[in-house]
Design a protein around this ligand. Structure first.
Ligand code: BYC
Length: 328
């Protein structure tokens, strides 16, 4: 069985599964959903908290680069649309934190881990949004990459995560379209607008390719996570699909993908394309991207500013509980 050949937490490759682990793997192989009260291996629980928590943090941190343009959106209509999109991202974060909490880790614990660097968020949000066209590029490319990654996650083995993804994917489709609509307006506008659109594509292309994670040979979690159906496709498979879908969209806009090596490969039925700079990716993961400090600074400030509110909620909950106990 595939799962017996891959590394699971605390096991060496090839090491046999315990009867409980085997029964769990059989349920996964049969396409059953795992629910919060079901028995699960500790490694499955931990890796889900890692992935769902990282995903939740990405949605919340992802509000920052777009929020930067709410006050400067070019029209009232664009402002209303952008506000709605940024609010959607907050909602996605909340569904995902709730899904992760079913695995026994609180949102506060996950937030602490984000703030002290023990948990990650998507590398893409460490890049700045310098012009209005960047808001178009984020919707088109970043939400486009997110959809490519998240549609298969609707079939992931953990029930609460899979169900959260259904609504998230519907909303991401709207986000992608609004971004492409901005790009169409810009690409068909004045010369200056077209240049802004091209510049945004130039800056966001490679960071978008990085969203899918390191190449398959560098990916540490893929094999086990695919056996557990936490992950449905490999990083490289999804990156290829994204490029194949996006290049014709760029052509339709009359924009040029910033990759001189890009060409259609008839044999594989997909594009050959240049890899992103993986050194840059790993530097961003280490905290050395252009906006890492700013993003974590903003989350730390939000956490500190919210202390009085959390204290108020806890005091109220304690009071309610004391009343209930007195009445019993
Ligand atoms: N950024 O073994 P690998 C959104 C880490 S939100 C940062 O391949 P895995 C949106 C990885 O965590 C988009 N870190 O890992 C929101 C691991 O390090 P650790 C977020 C990355 O988990 C607002 C190491 O590299 N989407 O779309 O098998 C507005 C080795 O990687 C990244 C999700 O989170 C990265 N890009 O695969 C607009 C989707 N890539 O944890 C849009 C759910 C890799 O061992 N997540 N790393 O220290 C996944 O599907 C998977 O976790 C990944 C990575 C494909 C991202």
């Amino acid at each position: 069985m595939y799962a017996q050949m891959v590394k699971s937490e605390g096991k060496r490759p090839g090491e046999a599964l315990s009867p409980e682990e085997q029964a769990f793997q059989d349920r996964i192989d049969a396409g059953e959903r795992i629910e919060p009260r079901d028995w699960m291996p500790e490694g499955y629980r931990k890796t889900l908290i890692r992935q769902i928590g990282q995903h939740a943090h990405s949605e919340i941190v992802g509000q920052l680069p777009e929020g930067n343009w709410i006050t400067r959106a070019p029209t009232l209509e664009r402002k209303a649309i952008l506000l709605a999109k940024v609010q959607d991202e907050a909602g996605h974060g909340l569904y995902l934190y709730s899904a992760a909490e079913t695995l026994g880790e609180s949102r506060d614990e996950m937030t602490q881990k984000l703030l002290d660097g023990r948990m990650k968020y998507s590398s893409i949000f460490n890049y700045p949004t310098l012009t209005w066209a960047d808001i178009g590029a984020i919707g088109w490319l970043v939400d486009g990459a997110a959809i490519m990654n998240q549609v298969p996650l609707q079939r992931t083995s953990y029930g609460p995560y899979a169900r959260a993804m259904v609504r998230i994917c519907k909303e991401e489709s709207f986000h992608q379209r609004q971004g492409y609509h901005i790009m169409m307006k810009m690409a068909r506008g004045t010369d200056a607008q077209r240049e802004m659109a091209q510049d945004a594509l130039n800056r966001f292309w490679y960071p978008s390719l990085m969203m899918f994670g390191p190449s398959d040979k560098e990916s540490v979690h893929s094999a086990q996570n695919m056996a557990w159906k936490i992950k449905i496709n490999t990083n490289d498979e999804l990156r290829q699909k994204f490029v194949d879908q996006t290049v014709p969209q760029a052509e339709f806009l009359g924009l040029t993908v910033p990759d001189e090596t890009l060409c259609w490969n008839e044999e594989k039925g997909g594009y050959d394309f240049a890899e992103p700079d993986w050194n840059e990716f790993f530097e961003v993961l280490k905290g050395n991207g252009p906006c890492n400090a700013e993003r974590i600074g903003a989350r730390q400030k939000a956490w500190d500013d919210g202390a009085w509110f959390r204290d108020g909620l806890s005091a109220y909950a304690d009071k309610q509980q004391a009343r209930r106990m007195a009445a019993e």
